[in-house]
Design a protein around this ligand. Structure first.
Ligand SMILES: Cc1cc2nc3c(=O)[nH]c(=O)nc-3n(C[C@H](O)[C@H](O)[C@H](O)COP(=O)(O)O)c2cc1C
Length: 469
């Protein structure tokens, strides 16, 4: 069975979407499928078909992050995905979700696509599976340690196509905790280079997510409480578009950035990009999500500026557009250049998916090759979202279709057949897994065993293991 390489130019148009109505109508009238969609979004009702066995399998929320309300506390404040169906009446902002039926590439074939190679610019991933960036809070003055080598290296050994290193601070002020990874100094390069060489030797592509935590910086590590650190507890002054604290345990009020601060941080993103290249990364992701600095500029919840960086949509996105431009200038054309967005604030009056589509079009024209579609985490009020398997996939699908840019889907992807469905139905170009990769560094290999002939799956493992499994 020949492997299929899909390039962005070959990306199909979704021609079957519900057209946007011009007359004001009720939500249910606008989206005739909405009742079915809401039913499908309920995890209790979700099924997926194993393309090899043709058995229907239920996608149940069986892992602790689906049930334990304290699970997300360490992930940027008191953010709790509600469980038990949809958690009350959903906000208007996500009524667009999943309004078109899933399209199969070819419903009559048993061929799987999760293990098709994926080419973006000159880089070819061996499959469509990526390790989502995950902070480890285990660096020493930003310098990576053996922990990072083993943690990232084992996911590459396990067969992932892409391994994205955690949010890596472009300047010390931009660390979430004092133990965050950094790339603000030359001393950071060599340890990262060692890790990246290992990842490449295993057949995976090493990626970095460069980041600035903005008003969510200067906090304790999750296992130490995630609260803002006081000055005498190794804390530091934080910066943000406006002097508004995130809230709850992240109580520190940031300094409103001056125009000089803005230029300084943008320059830090630029030098971090140069260092990332020197460290051997082949894929760059700009972290503009999760309430950190970039997101806090484009979201009206956290940006109350009255100068050219605040107010209108164009002004609020100016910071990340300029940051993207300055990084793009020093990152080679041949390598993938990507950005992670919080596609919705999930808060009334906040950033919406429609804003994200417009922003993605602009980022595309600035040379961004792929949008990694996450959401939320810019407000402690972020609660009303349909947390369930695939819950953020509609963002990846909508941006891919409407902005005509490649996307990564992320969030509650745990099953091989689930990931396969996302790729096979053209809802995203790649899938990223975080929590499930923590449970199983060999997830990619195990998914291949489920979806592919055994010999193909075995080929994902290093030669050192190949003969024995
Ligand atoms: C331990 C941990 C650390 C994380 N660190 C980051 C990070 O550094 N950057 C980021 O964009 N997202 C981070 N995330 C979010 C994940 O990348 C991912 O978007 C989220 O967990 C949803 O995927 P999942 O359902 O597969 O876990 C982190 C998640 C976890 C569990």
């Amino acid at each position: 069975m020949g492997k299929k390489i899909i390039t962005l130019s070959a990306m199909p148009q979704n021609t079957q979407r519900t057209p946007t109505p011009t007359k004001k109508r009720s939500y249910c009238q606008n989206f005739p499928n909405i009742k079915t969609d809401l039913k499908q979004l309920n995890p209790k009702n979700k099924t997926t078909e194993n393309p090899r066995t043709h058995q229907k399998e239920k996608l149940l929320p069986k892992f602790p992050e689906h049930q334990d309300k304290t699970f997300w506390r360490g992930f940027g404040g008191r953010n709790r995905p509600p469980m038990g169906g949809l958690g009350g009446r959903p906000p208007k902002s996500w009524f667009f979700l999943n309004t078109s039926p899933i399209k199969q590439r070819n419903p009559n074939t048993t061929m799987t696509h999760l293990f098709d190679p994926y080419k973006l610019k000159d880089i070819v991933l061996r499959n469509r599976i990526g390790v989502s960036p995950m902070c480890q809070y285990s660096s020493i003055d930003g310098v990576a340690t053996d922990w990072h080598l083993v943690n990232l290296g084992s996911r590459a050994v396990g067969g992932a196509g892409l391994v994205i290193a955690e949010a890596t601070a472009v300047e010390p002020r931009g660390r979430i905790s004092p133990q965050d990874a950094g790339i603000w100094a030359d001393k950071h390069i060599e340890p990262l280079h060692r890790i990246n060489k290992f990842i490449k030797d295993q057949g995976a592509v090493p990626a970095i997510q460069i980041a600035h935590a903005g008003r969510k910086a200067s906090t304790a590590r999750p296992w130490e409480g995630s609260q803002s650190l006081k000055d005498d507890e190794e804390g530091w002054e934080t910066i943000a578009p406006s002097a508004i604290a995130f809230g709850d345990e992240v109580w520190r009020t940031p300094k409103e950035m001056t125009l000089e601060d803005i230029k300084e941080v943008q320059n830090a993103f630029r030098t971090a990009t140069i260092r990332s290249l020197e460290a051997g990364y082949e894929w760059l992701e700009l972290h503009f999500a999760h309430g950190y600095l970039g997101h806090s500029f484009y979201s009206p919840l956290s940006n109350k500026r009255t100068d050219e960086y605040g107010g209108s949509f164009e002004n609020r996105i100016r910071f990340i557009i300029e940051t993207t431009r300055t990084a793009r200038e020093v990152w080679p054309e041949r390598l993938p250049f990507t950005a992670r967005l919080s596609c919705s604030d999930w808060v009334e009056g906040g950033w919406t998916i429609e804003d994200s589509v417009e922003l993605s079009k602009k980022l595309k024209s600035e040379g961004v090759d792929l949008i990694d579609c996450s959401s939320g985490f810019n407000s402690p009020d972020y609660k009303n979202y349909p947390f369930a398997p695939d819950w953020q996939v509609p963002f990846a699908e909508k941006i891919r279709t409407e902005a005509q840019i490649a996307t990564a889907a992320v969030g509650s992807i745990t099953e091989a057949t689930q990931a396969e469905q996302i790729i096979q139905s053209d809802r995203a170009d790649i899938v990223l897994l975080a929590t499930q990769m923590l449970r199983d560094p060999y997830w990619s290999y195990h998914a291949a065993l489920e979806l592919q002939p055994k010999e193909t799956a075995k080929a994902l493992l290093p030669v050192q293991y190949g003969g024995r499994v």
